[in-house]
Design a protein around this ligand. Structure first.
Ligand code: 4SX
Ligand code: FE2
Length: 362
């Protein structure tokens, strides 16, 4: 068999992709900057690197690039950008050529177009997301050992993006073309794929693909060092009677094995706090495929996923700042096949195979 037998012809004809290091920052549009300031700086404890009349540039305690999150005031809540860092300045040329070959909108912007970020290539990716590639960024103080500043819920760094897209296998092929590898996915025995987790840095993911109407942004995830920091965030929210910001968890994921919590910011943007996934950096890292009916896939303890987690996600903007229309998912939806009258899930597959009626109805 030829070496490239598994490469789809379209990908084989594309130029060399840029060398993506990792997911690096996101930009969210919020409708009330002061309300969001409380959530991101007082509750989550993110550090303010810079502030303008209409935007906050935030980083976590171990980050030394200018920001990992921009919160910008705007008329409608949305995700304005998902940014990846590339290895060298030359990778910006590769990014430009790559996306021109994909025939999607591409724009090269000078340094400083986003505060603290060098020259960049902005694209509307084939999945419809506003994506930026950059190499240079302003360095700021890394607060790793500023324990005097870390609260009990200290967040260390950005971990991943999660995007909603109708056709997960097509999105997976697009990201594989860009050099990402799959760590885990969720499928059924008929071959429908419901979600996939993909990485460049050696963790479970930089981006997760969630099957649904898209393009929409499902969540942005930040990492802590300890589970206790996630539990503290829950206690903090309870103490200020803002527990309604908690959407799902805390819990242990099946996929990724990470300990998690999903919060909703004041505009409903979903933020995950995540810790303790595993190393994936060897070239033969095994892919884990979960059965969509396995009731421990999304929560290792079998707790049900709340319907809003499947249903809701943030609008994304195009490069002109206009909301992107959404394309409907045509394949089966995970919530339908696992929840309610038409759905089922099990805890012990062998008992299901033997025909016992032990399926866990959630
Ligand atoms: O819900 S899942 O256990 O599938 C999951 C969701 C695993 C890892 C994640 O980062 C996530 O958002
Ligand atoms: Fe996540």
């Amino acid at each position: 068999m030829a070496d490239n037998a598994s490469i789809p012809p379209a990908a084989a004809q594309l130029p060399t992709p840029p060398d993506v290091i990792r997911c690096a920052y996101a930009e969210l549009v919020v409708t009330d900057l002061q309300r969001s300031r409380w959530f991101y700086t007082e509750l989550l404890g993110l550090v303010v690197t810079a502030e303008t009349e209409d935007a906050l540039y935030l980083r976590a305690f171990e980050e030394y690039l200018h920001h990992s999150l921009v919160i910008r005031r705007g008329p409608v809540a949305a995700c304005a950008k998902l940014a990846y860092r590339v290895r060298t300045p030359r990778d910006l040329d590769l990014a430009e050529e790559y996306y021109r070959a994909l025939e999607v909108p591409v724009r090269r912007v000078p340094a400083g177009t986003t505060k603290g970020i060098g020259e960049a290539v902005q694209v509307e990716d084939p999945l419809g997301f506003p994506v930026e590639f950059f190499h240079d960024a302003e360095h700021v103080e890394r607060f790793t050992q500023r324990y005097d500043l870390h609260g009990a819920g200290a967040i260390s760094r950005l971990d991943h993006f999660n995007v909603v897209t109708p056709d997960v296998p097509a999105a997976r092929r697009y990201y594989e073309g860009l050099g990402f590898k799959v760590s885990e996915d969720i499928a059924d025995s008929e071959g429908t794929v419901y979600a996939a987790w993909m990485y460049r840095k050696p963790t479970v993911h930089d981006v997760a693909l969630t099957g649904g109407d898209g393009p929409r942004m499902h969540h942005i995830a930040f990492a802590t060092h300890e589970r206790s920091q996630i539990l503290h965030l829950c206690d903090h929210l309870g103490a200020v009677r803002r527990s309604d910001h908690i959407e799902r968890g805390p819990g242990r994921h099946g996929v990724s094995n990470a300990f998690y919590l999903y919060l909703l910011d004041p505009d409903g943007h979903r933020i995950e706090i995540y810790t303790h996934d595993y190393y994936t950096g060897d070239p033969d890292n095994p892919v884990i495929t979960w059965d969509v009916h396995d009731n421990q896939r999304r929560d290792w303890w079998g707790n049900p996923v709340v319907p809003s987690w499947y249903a809701n996600a943030s609008t994304v903007l195009d490069l002109d700042g206009d909301p992107r229309p959404v394309v409907e998912r045509r394949d089966a939806r995970e919530a339908e096949v696992t929840i309610g009258a038409d759905g089922f899930s099990y805890t012990r597959r062998d008992e299901v195979e033997q025909g016992f009626k032990v399926g866990h109805q959630v």
